[in-house]
Design a protein around this ligand. Structure first.
Ligand SMILES: *Cc1c(COP(=O)(O)O)cnc(C)c1O
Length: 394
């Protein structure tokens, strides 16, 4: 008999009932160190008092009003994002995949309004992840996500990861945009590289093609800058944001330049919940914390410490790990052993990690994790790795 919850997830046998900072408490009372943060969502940790206060204060005032009216919290969050980024304008969604939907629509509408309606094609990268909507799976293109769900939304091409030359070769008269994660998350913590991102920007500029960045996982302070593309010294035309921006409350956004957003006039897009007062009150509180130089400095300091300790872990367990990759507090352990075994051994040692493609174990701790917690987390990963290598020898 089918379970009452549609069985689309393969779940670990864990039930968390409470969170405190970098810790999650299981129903049986065990305390787990959380290096997953709900897949880069709980950017400020669990039950952060600042976010709890922002949410409860708003909850006592007004939960929801339609986008038929002005929403103060939405305006405030849009202003903060515009002030802190390349963007001139913001649309709010409830998730990353909805941000993908709008990014695709916006790019196509841009060319339509320019009198070039033939420009509909969007070039993406192999191994990408842009969410599970029809546009999201078509943009990512992997058979794992698209099989059985045809006919797929047309107009998407895919080129090998990390290869700006392949993009150059794929651009044609119908190309509207290129979509890319500066660091692939689900794809296995694969950074594009600053030089490659710069090259991509130049190729798009030369060809007159829009650049869409998907910073749903790597954005909002995760890499030690507010957004990951800042390291490469480039800016996109359109950017997708979600996950960390809500700190655990469902919230996403599409940021765009005035030029790129030009086709999106009244009536062309909408969302019932998108930009609702509760979500945006929390989003404002997240932005106020994450966008300060002191906070980002601390992320960079802690990221350096975690990376160094992980290099030591890899060196100590050459039979389990191959190397460390990623940036900031978005790190991946490329495994020699089976990544799922490492994640499972982590559960046994009360440390939470997340598997990714390419046999990688993802580490996406709350950005608020302390140095003591990092040391404790790596000690637990060390115990987990010993368990995996002992099991592999049996
Ligand atoms: C998680 C993710 C998405 C999809 O976000 P949802 O909120 O799950 O719809 C899109 N792009 C990237 C890079 C992601 O990591």
């Amino acid at each position: 008999m089918i379970p009452s919850v549609l069985p689309t997830y393969s779940r670990a046998p864990l039930t968390f009932v409470k969170g405190e900072g970098s810790w999650m408490i299981e129903a049986d009372g065990r305390r787990f160190l959380d290096l997953g943060a709900g897949i880069a969502v709980n950017a400020l940790g669990h039950a952060n008092p600042v976010l709890v206060a922002a949410l409860t204060e708003q909850a006592g005032k007004l939960w929801h009003v339609s986008n038929l009216y002005n929403i103060e919290q939405q305006q405030a969050l849009a202003d903060k994002l515009v002030e802190q980024t390349f963007a001139d304008t913001v649309f709010f969604t409830n998730s990353g995949t909805e941000a993908c939907e709008l990014a695709v629509k916006m790019a196509r509408k841009y060319w339509y309004e320019k009198g070039q309606p033939e420009k509909v094609e969007i070039i993406g990268f192999q191994g990408a992840f842009h969410g599970r909507s029809s546009a999201g799976i078509a943009a990512a293109g992997s058979e794992k996500m698209t099989k059985g769900f045809g006919p797929l939304l047309p107009g998407f091409l895919h080129v090998p990861w990390g290869d700006p030359e392949a993009v150059q070769a794929a651009i044609g008269a119908q190309t509207a945009a290129v979509i890319v994660e500066p660091i692939q998350g689900e794809g296995g913590i694969r950074p594009m590289g600053d030089a490659e991102l710069k090259a991509l920007r130049e190729i798009c500029d030369a060809a007159g093609v829009l650049l869409i960045l998907d910073e749903v996982q790597c954005g909002v302070g995760r890499t030690g800058r507010l957004f990951a593309h800042e390291w490469a010294g480039i800016t996109p035309d359109i950017m997708m944001v979600a996950k960390g921006i809500g700190g655990g409350f469902p919230l996403g956004a599409v940021l765009a330049t005035e030029e790129a957003a030009g086709g999106m006039t009244a009536g062309t897009h909408g969302s019932t919940y998108g930009g609702n007062p509760l979500a945006c009150a929390v989003g404002c509180a997240v932005m106020d914390v994450v966008s300060t130089p002191e906070f980002l400095d601390a992320v960079n300091r802690k990221a350096g410490m975690l990376r160094q300790k992980l290099e030591g872990l890899v060196a100590a367990h050459p039979d389990v790990f191959e190397g460390v990759r990623g940036a900031g507090l978005m790190l991946g352990l490329k495994c020699k052993a089976v990544n799922a075994d490492v994640v499972r051994a982590g559960y046994d040692n009360e440390v939470i990690t997340v598997p990714a493609a390419d046999n990688v174990v993802r580490l996406l701790p709350p950005l608020t994790i302390s140095e003591d917690e990092i040391a404790e987390a790596v000690a637990r990963l060390d115990a987990a790795a010993s368990q995996v290598s002992a099991a592999d020898k049996d």
